[in-house]
Design a protein. Structure first.
Length: 422
C-alpha cells in the first residue's frame, strides 16, 4: 500500500503546446477545427496562425460567419466563399489557399459546407475554423467529415498560463524547480500562493485574468453568465431559460458530487429527461463536465451516476455569486477538487479518468487507470490534516496496483502553503 501526501505544484504551458500543435497541423490537408467556450481567446489563436502564415508569404484570409453578408452567401452555396478570397486555382502550383473562418457553426449546414470544399479543393485549400459550441459542432459535423478534419479543444487558462498572462513568468521558473525537487521551498512561495488563491476564485478566462480590479473580474464573470450562457441557451432552443439557469446554479452548488437527475427534476419541477438534456447542453457549451465512476465491471460503470465539475472555477463562483476570499469560504475543498479535475483532464485521456465510490459510502475523488487495473488515485483535501489513510483501505485492498496520493493546499507537515505536485 502506497500513500503519499502532496501539495499543489504544477507547470506545463498547455496553451503554448496547443498553439504548437495547431501550427504543426497547418501542413496537413485536413480541416483544422478549434472549439471551446466563448471568450477564451480562440479568435486570438487563429489570428496568431494567420500571422504565422503571412510571415511565410502564404495566401491567407480571415472571415467570420457573424458577418450576415458572408453567411448569407455561403448558405446559398459553399463556393461563394471565394467571393471574399482568391480561387485556389489562381495560386501558383507550390502554394495553397488558407481560409480562417470564425464561428463556423453559424452556417446552416457546416458539415456539408466543409465536406464540399474539402472534396473539391483539397489539398489546394486549407480551412481553419473556430466554433464556440461543441453542441453545434457535434450535431453538424457528421460522419461525412471523417478523415477530413482534426478537432482541437481549448479551455480556460491553466494555472501556469494564468501566471504568464499576469506577467509572472519568473514564477513559472520557480514552479519548475518545485516540480523537479519536491522538497524545494521556493523564495516566491507566498506570492505563488496568493495568485493561486486568486485563480481558484476568479478562474482562467483571459479577459478576467487581465482585469485590473476584483470588481472588474466579478462584472466580467457575471456578464459571461448573463449574456453568453443566455446566448448559448437561446441558440440551443432552450424553452425554459430560467430553469436552465436554476439548474446551472444547483450544479455549481454541488460541484464534485453525484448528479441525480430525478432529484434535480423534483427540485426544479421538471422532467428528469429535461434535466439530462439541459446538462448535456451545458457539456456541449463547455460549462460543465461529467466524470464517470471506476469499476472493474464496465457494465456497472456505464449505469452508475456521474459526478459534476465545471470547466472554470470563476464561472462556477459567478453562478453562486460568491467571490469571497478563500479562507472565508465553506467550499474550499470543492474549489480545489474542481481545479484538480481540470488539471487531471489536461494530463490524462478523458477515458482513463474516473472516481471510485461504493454503496456504503467509501470514495476516492479521482482514479487514473494508466493500464488495466493499474494507475494513480487522488483524494483532495484543502488541508492534509483532513486526510485519514485508513478511510481508503477498501480501495487499496481492491486495487493494490494503484498509488494513492492526497492532493492538498495547506500542508500541516510542512507548516506552509504550497501548490500540489502533480
Amino acid at each position: 500500500m502506497k500513500i503519499s501526501i502532496f501539495v499543489f505544484s504544477i507547470v506545463d504551458m498547455e496553451r503554448s503546446k496547443a498553439l504548437g500543435s495547431l501550427k504543426n497541423h497547418l501542413s496537413k490537408p485536413q480541416h483544422t477545427i478549434i472549439i471551446g467556450p466563448r471568450q477564451i481567446g480562440k479568435t486570438t489563436l487563429v489570428k496568431q496562425l494567420a500571422e504565422e502564415l503571412n510571415r511565410k508569404n502564404e495566401a491567407v484570409y480571415f472571415l467570420t460567419f457573424e458577418d450576415p453578408a458572408i453567411l448569407g452567401a455561403v448558405n446559398n452555396h459553399a463556393e461563394n466563399i471565394f467571393n471574399y478570397t482568391l480561387l485556389p486555382a489562381d495560386l501558383p502550383a507550390d502554394k495553397r489557399l488558407y481560409i480562417i473562418i470564425d464561428e463556423v457553426q453559424y452556417a446552416e449546414e457546416p458539415s456539408n459546407f466543409l465536406k464540399l470544399l474539402y472534396d473539391k479543393y483539397s489539398p489546394k485549400l486549407k480551412i481553419i475554423a473556430t466554433g464556440s459550441s461543441a453542441f453545434y459542432i457535434d450535431k453538424s459535423f457528421k460522419d461525412s467529415l471523417a478523415g477530413r478534419k482534426k478537432v482541437f479543444e481549448f479551455f480556460p487558462l491553466a494555472f501556469d498560463e494564468f501566471l504568464h498572462f499576469k506577467g509572472e513568468d519568473g514564477l513559472i521558473a520557480e514552479w519548475e524547480q518545485m516540480i523537479r525537487r519536491p522538497s524545494y521551498q521556493g523564495l516566491q512561495l507566498n506570492r505563488i500562493s496568493i495568485l493561486f488563491d486568486e485563480y481558484l476564485i476568479y478562474g482562467g478566462y483571459p479577459a478576467v485574468v487581465l482585469a485590473d480590479t476584483e470588481q472588474e473580474k466579478r462584472e466580467m464573470l457575471k456578464e459571461l453568465v448573463n449574456s453568453y450562457m443566455k446566448k448559448d441557451a437561446l441558440e440551443a432552443g432552450i424553452k425554459e431559460e430560467l430553469k436552465f439557469f436554476q439548474l446551472a446554479r444547483l450544479l455549481a452548488d454541488q460541484t464534485g458530487n453525484l448528479v441525480n437527475n430525478h432529484e434535480l427534476g423534483n427540485t426544479l419541477q421538471m422532467a428528469s429527461s429535461t434535466v439530462e438534456n439541459y446538462i448535456y447542453l451545458m457539456q456541449k457549451t463547455f460549462i460543465v463536465q461529467l466524470l464517470s465512476p471506476f469499476y472493474g465491471n464496465v457494465r456497472k460503470e456505464l449505469t452508475k451516476m456521474q459526478k459534476i465539475y465545471f470547466n472554470d472555477n470563476g464561472l462556477r463562483n459567478a453562478l453562486l455569486n460568491n467571490f469571497s476570499r478563500l479562507n472565508d469560504r465553506a467550499d474550499k475543498d470543492e474549489l480545489l477538487e474542481n481545479y484538480t479535475y481540470c488539471r487531471l483532464r489536461q494530463l490524462y485521456d478523458a477515458d482513463s479518468l474516473h472516481f471510485w465510490r461504493t454503496a456504503d459510502g467509501n470514495e476516492v475523488d479521482f482514479v487514473v487507470e494508466e493500464q488495466l487495473k493499474t494507475g494513480l488515485a487522488y483524494e483532495v483535501k484543502y488541508n492534509d490534516a483532513q486526510f485519514k489513510p485508513n478511510k481508503y483501505k477498501k480501495f487499496l485492498e481492491a486495487y493494490p496496483n494503484f498509488d494513492l496520493k492526497c492532493i492538498c493546499k495547506v500542508s500541516a507537515q510542512e507548516g506552509s502553503i504550497e501548490a500540489i505536485r502533480l
